[in-house]
Unconditional design. Sequence first.
Length: 213
Amino acid sequence: MIASHQHRFIFLKTRKTAGTSVEIALSKVCGPDDIITEISPEDEKLRVAAGGRPPQNFESPPLERKAYNHMGAKAVRDLVGQQTFDEYFTFAIERNPWDAVVSLYFWKYKDRDELPDFEDYVQEIWIEQLANNRRLYRIRGQMVLDRVLRYESLDAELDEVWDQLALPGRPDLPRAKGNARPAGHYRELYSPASKQRVADVFADTIEAFGYEF
């Protein structure tokens, strides 16, 4: 999560949506008073190499409570206050669920010599946890952010946000966590059963954004 008082925006980081890459890009335009939460040590090295600010102002004190990675909208609103949350530009990213499930599959098992069966994996609890992305940009089921960008057109949409906020430079996204997945279309891994499983678990997201298999 990043809350920039200098540029009056709040970025909420969802899972498997290039959120770390966006955080690194945003941290390059942040000021000394902005809130920047921690990412993994490996990704912090990428942030340093990109010239971004390291984690800062996220602990308690100076905050009333510690800010953290993948912080949801209600927790962020409670942290910064209703007025700030309403006045700042708030945004996150969402992704086609069938694609996101495949991305998590390769990331979760990237250190294994052999991948588990995809059909078995899709039945596990990790899928429900990934579907909880929707809770990060909703409060009591209602969308509360100014914008939810689509991962599928992230470069263009992030450019629009950059212009809207009059941020310096251009968004230059590093490839954080992008090496675990081999080439190929996500549809290649699915059977009718696993396709339906994702459709059921992510029904809210699919309906809200009009995603199709």
